[in-house]
Design a protein around this ligand. Structure first.
Ligand SMILES: [Zn+2]
Length: 112
């Protein structure tokens, strides 16, 4: 009689290259190096090539650009102006930190 074991499935670790947090909760954005040695935002997560992950926060993106974390993670010698513009323009669509909850909206009316 053989007992069957449930083996834990291997899950590839996705970690933000800036803050090292795993994006289990909010998910991470994948940046991929294309065949041409360029940088592209991979929203589908299915593109081939060396990839790096970043949080959905503007802070992690700007920090990564300042520290040159992205090119080292993607094994690039440098980022071209176009690549940098691509990353910067995408970062601008992100929020600063965690999105604020809008549940605190209260209107105070003062009658006079
Ligand atoms: Zn991060």
């Amino acid at each position: 009689m053989t007992s069957s074991h449930l083996r834990p499935k291997h899950i590839p670790t996705r970690m933000c290259i800036t803050c090292r947090s795993t994006g289990a909760k909010r998910g991470l954005v994948r940046v991929v190096r294309t065949d041409e040695g360029r940088v592209a935002i991979d929203l589908t997560g299915k593109r081939n090539g060396r990839g790096a992950y970043l949080c959905h926060t503007l802070t992690c993106w700007t920090t990564a650009l300042e520290r040159t974390s992205i090119q080292s993670a993607l094994r690039l010698s440098t980022l071209t102006e176009e690549d940098r513009a691509t990353l910067t323009s995408f970062a601008r669509t992100l929020t600063l930190e965690q999105p604020m909850t809008s549940s605190d909206v209260s209107t105070r009316l003062h009658g006079g």
